[in-house]
Design a protein around this ligand. Structure first.
Ligand code: C5P
Length: 276
Protein backbone atom coordinates (compact mmCIF):
# COMPACT_ATOMS: atom_id res chain seq x y z
CA UNK A 1 0.00 0.00 0.00
CA UNK A 2 1.22 3.53 -0.64
CA UNK A 3 -0.15 7.02 -0.18
CA UNK A 4 0.44 10.08 -2.36
CA UNK A 5 -0.47 13.69 -1.74
CA UNK A 6 -1.91 15.68 -4.66
CA UNK A 7 -1.46 19.34 -3.72
CA UNK A 8 -3.31 22.28 -5.26
CA UNK A 9 -1.25 23.88 -8.02
CA UNK A 10 -1.07 27.65 -7.90
CA UNK A 11 -0.18 29.74 -10.97
CA UNK A 12 1.36 32.80 -9.29
CA UNK A 13 1.46 34.44 -12.70
CA UNK A 14 0.02 33.23 -16.00
CA UNK A 15 0.80 34.76 -19.39
CA UNK A 16 -1.06 33.31 -22.38
CA UNK A 17 -0.14 33.69 -26.05
CA UNK A 18 -2.37 33.29 -29.11
CA UNK A 19 -3.82 29.91 -30.11
CA UNK A 20 -1.37 27.73 -32.06
CA UNK A 21 -1.98 25.17 -34.81
CA UNK A 22 -1.98 22.27 -32.32
CA UNK A 23 -5.09 23.73 -30.62
CA UNK A 24 -3.19 24.89 -27.52
CA UNK A 25 -1.95 28.24 -26.28
CA UNK A 26 1.68 28.84 -25.34
CA UNK A 27 1.86 29.83 -21.70
CA UNK A 28 4.51 31.27 -19.41
CA UNK A 29 3.67 30.69 -15.77
CA UNK A 30 5.32 30.74 -12.38
CA UNK A 31 3.96 27.93 -10.26
CA UNK A 32 4.12 26.77 -6.65
CA UNK A 33 2.08 24.27 -4.65
CA UNK A 34 -0.12 24.52 -1.58
CA UNK A 35 0.10 22.38 1.55
CA UNK A 36 -3.54 21.42 0.91
CA UNK A 37 -4.81 18.91 -1.63
CA UNK A 38 -6.29 15.53 -2.43
CA UNK A 39 -4.98 12.28 -0.97
CA UNK A 40 -4.66 9.02 -2.91
CA UNK A 41 -4.07 5.55 -1.49
CA UNK A 42 -2.97 2.68 -3.74
CA UNK A 43 -3.30 -1.03 -2.97
CA UNK A 44 -2.61 -4.09 -5.11
CA UNK A 45 -5.69 -5.56 -6.82
CA UNK A 46 -6.54 -7.80 -9.77
CA UNK A 47 -8.14 -4.98 -11.79
CA UNK A 48 -8.29 -1.18 -11.69
CA UNK A 49 -10.76 0.18 -9.12
CA UNK A 50 -11.35 3.80 -8.19
CA UNK A 51 -13.28 4.91 -5.12
CA UNK A 52 -13.88 8.58 -4.40
CA UNK A 53 -14.71 9.97 -0.96
CA UNK A 54 -14.23 13.37 0.66
CA UNK A 55 -15.98 16.74 0.54
CA UNK A 56 -16.05 17.02 -3.28
CA UNK A 57 -16.71 13.33 -4.08
CA UNK A 58 -20.28 14.22 -5.10
CA UNK A 59 -19.05 16.45 -7.91
CA UNK A 60 -16.78 13.81 -9.40
CA UNK A 61 -18.56 10.65 -10.49
CA UNK A 62 -16.28 7.68 -11.17
CA UNK A 63 -16.14 7.65 -14.96
CA UNK A 64 -13.84 5.88 -17.34
CA UNK A 65 -12.31 9.16 -18.52
CA UNK A 66 -11.29 10.15 -14.97
CA UNK A 67 -7.69 11.38 -15.18
CA UNK A 68 -6.68 8.90 -12.47
CA UNK A 69 -7.83 5.94 -14.56
CA UNK A 70 -6.28 7.46 -17.70
CA UNK A 71 -2.98 7.80 -15.83
CA UNK A 72 -3.12 4.24 -14.53
CA UNK A 73 -3.86 2.81 -17.96
CA UNK A 74 -1.18 4.92 -19.67
CA UNK A 75 1.44 3.84 -17.12
CA UNK A 76 0.48 0.16 -17.46
CA UNK A 77 0.63 0.41 -21.26
CA UNK A 78 4.00 2.18 -21.34
CA UNK A 79 5.63 -0.20 -18.88
CA UNK A 80 3.99 -3.32 -20.31
CA UNK A 81 2.40 -4.15 -16.96
CA UNK A 82 -0.90 -5.96 -16.59
CA UNK A 83 -1.44 -5.46 -12.85
CA UNK A 84 -4.45 -3.76 -11.27
CA UNK A 85 -4.82 -1.49 -8.28
CA UNK A 86 -7.46 -0.29 -5.83
CA UNK A 87 -7.19 3.50 -5.78
CA UNK A 88 -8.91 5.51 -3.08
CA UNK A 89 -9.17 9.23 -3.72
CA UNK A 90 -10.10 11.66 -0.98
CA UNK A 91 -11.31 14.63 -3.00
CA UNK A 92 -10.59 17.72 -0.92
CA UNK A 93 -10.14 20.13 -3.83
CA UNK A 94 -13.10 21.61 -5.71
CA UNK A 95 -13.54 20.15 -9.19
CA UNK A 96 -12.79 22.23 -12.35
CA UNK A 97 -11.58 25.06 -10.16
CA UNK A 98 -8.27 26.25 -11.65
CA UNK A 99 -5.99 24.75 -9.02
CA UNK A 100 -5.08 21.63 -10.94
CA UNK A 101 -6.95 19.03 -8.90
CA UNK A 102 -7.40 16.55 -11.75
CA UNK A 103 -3.82 17.02 -12.93
CA UNK A 104 -2.49 16.65 -9.38
CA UNK A 105 -4.50 13.42 -9.00
CA UNK A 106 -3.12 12.09 -12.30
CA UNK A 107 0.45 13.01 -11.28
CA UNK A 108 -0.03 11.35 -7.88
CA UNK A 109 -1.35 8.23 -9.67
CA UNK A 110 1.71 8.05 -11.93
CA UNK A 111 4.00 8.42 -8.89
CA UNK A 112 2.01 6.02 -6.70
CA UNK A 113 1.59 3.25 -9.25
CA UNK A 114 5.20 3.61 -10.42
CA UNK A 115 6.05 2.58 -6.85
CA UNK A 116 3.27 0.04 -6.28
CA UNK A 117 3.94 -1.74 -9.58
CA UNK A 118 7.72 -1.23 -9.32
CA UNK A 119 7.84 0.18 -12.88
CA UNK A 120 11.07 2.07 -12.10
CA UNK A 121 10.28 4.88 -14.53
CA UNK A 122 12.12 8.17 -14.00
CA UNK A 123 10.23 11.36 -13.21
CA UNK A 124 10.94 12.65 -16.73
CA UNK A 125 9.39 9.49 -18.21
CA UNK A 126 6.31 9.85 -16.02
CA UNK A 127 6.08 13.49 -17.14
CA UNK A 128 6.09 12.46 -20.80
CA UNK A 129 3.25 10.01 -20.14
CA UNK A 130 1.32 12.66 -18.17
CA UNK A 131 1.78 15.38 -20.80
CA UNK A 132 -0.03 13.19 -23.33
CA UNK A 133 -3.36 13.65 -21.52
CA UNK A 134 -3.05 16.84 -19.43
CA UNK A 135 -0.95 19.99 -19.89
CA UNK A 136 -0.48 20.58 -16.15
CA UNK A 137 0.48 17.02 -15.21
CA UNK A 138 4.28 17.44 -15.75
CA UNK A 139 4.28 20.45 -13.40
CA UNK A 140 2.32 18.51 -10.79
CA UNK A 141 4.81 15.63 -11.03
CA UNK A 142 7.70 18.01 -10.65
CA UNK A 143 6.49 20.01 -7.63
CA UNK A 144 8.48 22.78 -5.94
CA UNK A 145 8.80 26.25 -7.45
CA UNK A 146 8.86 26.21 -11.20
CA UNK A 147 8.28 27.96 -14.47
CA UNK A 148 6.03 26.30 -17.08
CA UNK A 149 6.23 27.11 -20.74
CA UNK A 150 5.00 25.63 -24.01
CA UNK A 151 1.64 24.01 -23.36
CA UNK A 152 2.91 23.50 -19.85
CA UNK A 153 5.27 20.63 -20.59
CA UNK A 154 8.47 22.72 -20.57
CA UNK A 155 9.41 22.85 -16.90
CA UNK A 156 12.25 24.78 -15.35
CA UNK A 157 13.20 24.78 -11.66
CA UNK A 158 13.00 28.15 -9.98
CA UNK A 159 14.98 28.89 -6.83
CA UNK A 160 12.62 28.15 -3.90
CA UNK A 161 11.13 31.29 -2.40
CA UNK A 162 9.92 31.81 1.15
CA UNK A 163 6.62 30.05 1.71
CA UNK A 164 3.66 32.33 2.42
CA UNK A 165 0.23 32.15 4.00
CA UNK A 166 -2.76 32.56 1.69
CA UNK A 167 -6.48 32.01 1.43
CA UNK A 168 -8.06 30.14 -1.50
CA UNK A 169 -11.66 31.01 -2.35
CA UNK A 170 -13.97 29.32 -4.85
CA UNK A 171 -17.54 30.52 -5.44
CA UNK A 172 -18.78 26.96 -6.00
CA UNK A 173 -19.08 27.10 -9.77
CA UNK A 174 -17.15 24.70 -12.00
CA UNK A 175 -15.39 26.46 -14.89
CA UNK A 176 -14.22 24.59 -18.00
CA UNK A 177 -10.60 25.29 -18.91
CA UNK A 178 -11.31 24.68 -22.61
CA UNK A 179 -14.18 27.21 -22.51
CA UNK A 180 -12.02 29.84 -20.81
CA UNK A 181 -9.32 29.46 -23.48
CA UNK A 182 -12.07 29.63 -26.12
CA UNK A 183 -13.37 32.89 -24.65
CA UNK A 184 -9.78 34.20 -24.41
CA UNK A 185 -9.52 33.69 -28.19
CA UNK A 186 -12.48 35.99 -28.75
CA UNK A 187 -10.38 38.79 -27.23
CA UNK A 188 -13.32 40.59 -25.66
CA UNK A 189 -12.61 44.16 -24.62
CA UNK A 190 -11.21 44.30 -21.07
CA UNK A 191 -13.72 46.96 -19.95
CA UNK A 192 -16.54 44.42 -20.39
CA UNK A 193 -15.44 42.46 -17.38
CA UNK A 194 -15.47 44.70 -14.32
CA UNK A 195 -12.81 43.76 -11.77
CA UNK A 196 -9.49 43.02 -13.42
CA UNK A 197 -6.04 42.10 -12.25
CA UNK A 198 -2.93 41.72 -14.24
CA UNK A 199 -1.06 38.61 -13.28
CA UNK A 200 -3.36 36.13 -14.99
CA UNK A 201 -4.21 36.64 -18.66
CA UNK A 202 -7.20 34.29 -18.37
CA UNK A 203 -9.01 36.32 -15.68
CA UNK A 204 -11.13 38.44 -17.94
CA UNK A 205 -12.21 35.50 -20.10
CA UNK A 206 -13.06 33.47 -16.98
CA UNK A 207 -15.01 36.37 -15.42
CA UNK A 208 -17.06 36.71 -18.59
CA UNK A 209 -18.11 33.06 -18.18
CA UNK A 210 -18.43 33.15 -14.40
CA UNK A 211 -19.10 36.70 -13.12
CA UNK A 212 -18.94 35.47 -9.49
CA UNK A 213 -15.14 35.42 -9.87
CA UNK A 214 -15.23 39.23 -9.85
CA UNK A 215 -17.18 39.07 -6.56
CA UNK A 216 -14.54 36.75 -5.07
CA UNK A 217 -11.69 39.02 -6.19
CA UNK A 218 -13.50 42.05 -4.76
CA UNK A 219 -14.16 40.33 -1.42
CA UNK A 220 -10.48 39.29 -1.21
CA UNK A 221 -9.35 42.79 -2.14
CA UNK A 222 -11.34 44.19 0.77
CA UNK A 223 -9.87 41.75 3.26
CA UNK A 224 -6.28 41.21 2.07
CA UNK A 225 -3.25 42.92 3.57
CA UNK A 226 -0.42 44.81 1.96
CA UNK A 227 0.42 45.55 -1.63
CA UNK A 228 -0.24 42.15 -3.21
CA UNK A 229 -3.52 42.09 -5.09
CA UNK A 230 -5.60 38.92 -5.10
CA UNK A 231 -5.21 36.77 -8.20
CA UNK A 232 -7.37 34.27 -10.01
CA UNK A 233 -5.80 30.78 -10.12
CA UNK A 234 -5.28 29.08 -13.50
CA UNK A 235 -8.49 29.18 -15.55
CA UNK A 236 -10.61 29.91 -12.45
CA UNK A 237 -12.86 30.13 -10.60
CA UNK A 238 -10.64 29.80 -7.48
CA UNK A 239 -8.85 32.98 -6.41
CA UNK A 240 -6.00 33.52 -3.97
CA UNK A 241 -4.91 36.31 -1.65
CA UNK A 242 -1.60 36.28 0.21
CA UNK A 243 -1.28 37.18 3.92
CA UNK A 244 1.69 38.03 6.12
CA UNK A 245 0.90 35.32 8.68
CA UNK A 246 -1.05 32.10 9.00
CA UNK A 247 -3.10 33.69 11.79
CA UNK A 248 -4.01 36.55 9.44
CA UNK A 249 -5.02 34.09 6.71
CA UNK A 250 -7.09 31.99 9.13
CA UNK A 251 -8.90 35.05 10.48
CA UNK A 252 -9.60 36.35 6.97
CA UNK A 253 -10.93 32.90 6.01
CA UNK A 254 -13.28 32.87 9.04
CA UNK A 255 -14.56 36.39 8.30
CA UNK A 256 -15.13 35.63 4.63
CA UNK A 257 -16.92 32.36 5.41
CA UNK A 258 -19.31 34.19 7.71
CA UNK A 259 -20.32 36.54 4.89
CA UNK A 260 -20.25 33.89 2.16
CA UNK A 261 -21.40 30.59 3.67
CA UNK A 262 -21.66 28.93 0.23
CA UNK A 263 -18.12 29.69 -0.91
CA UNK A 264 -15.30 27.18 -0.45
CA UNK A 265 -12.69 29.00 1.61
CA UNK A 266 -9.41 27.41 2.63
CA UNK A 267 -6.43 28.94 4.44
CA UNK A 268 -3.21 27.42 3.05
CA UNK A 269 0.54 27.82 2.94
CA UNK A 270 2.03 28.18 -0.54
CA UNK A 271 5.46 26.74 -1.30
CA UNK A 272 5.67 24.34 1.59
CA UNK A 273 5.01 20.61 1.61
CA UNK A 274 2.56 19.40 4.26
CA UNK A 275 3.90 17.48 7.27
CA UNK A 276 3.91 13.77 6.33
O1 C5P B 1 -4.32 19.89 -21.35
P1 C5P B 1 -5.65 20.01 -20.71
O2 C5P B 1 -6.53 18.84 -20.98
O3 C5P B 1 -5.58 20.34 -19.26
O4 C5P B 1 -6.34 21.25 -21.39
C1 C5P B 1 -7.73 21.43 -21.44
C2 C5P B 1 -8.06 22.35 -22.60
O5 C5P B 1 -7.55 23.66 -22.34
C3 C5P B 1 -7.40 21.95 -23.92
O6 C5P B 1 -8.23 21.09 -24.66
C4 C5P B 1 -7.24 23.27 -24.64
O7 C5P B 1 -8.46 23.65 -25.24
C5 C5P B 1 -7.01 24.25 -23.51
N1 C5P B 1 -5.57 24.56 -23.30
C6 C5P B 1 -4.97 25.46 -24.16
N2 C5P B 1 -3.64 25.78 -23.97
C7 C5P B 1 -2.93 25.23 -22.95
C8 C5P B 1 -3.55 24.33 -22.06
C9 C5P B 1 -4.88 24.00 -22.26
O8 C5P B 1 -5.59 25.97 -25.08
N3 C5P B 1 -1.65 25.58 -22.79
Amino acid sequence: MCTEFAPAKINLSLRVGPLEDDGYHPIDSRVAFADFGDVLVFEPADQLYLEITGPFAGELPVQDNNLILQAARALARTSGISKGARIQLTKNLPVSSGIGGGSADAAATLRGLNRLWDCQLKLSELATIGASFGSDIPACLHGGWLRMRGRGERIENLPPEASFAAVLVNPGIAVSTAQVFGRFDQRLAPEQFGATEHQNDLSQAAISLCPQIADVLQALLEICEGANRPIMCGSGATCLAGFSSQDGARKAARDLQENHPNWWIQPVTIGQAPPL
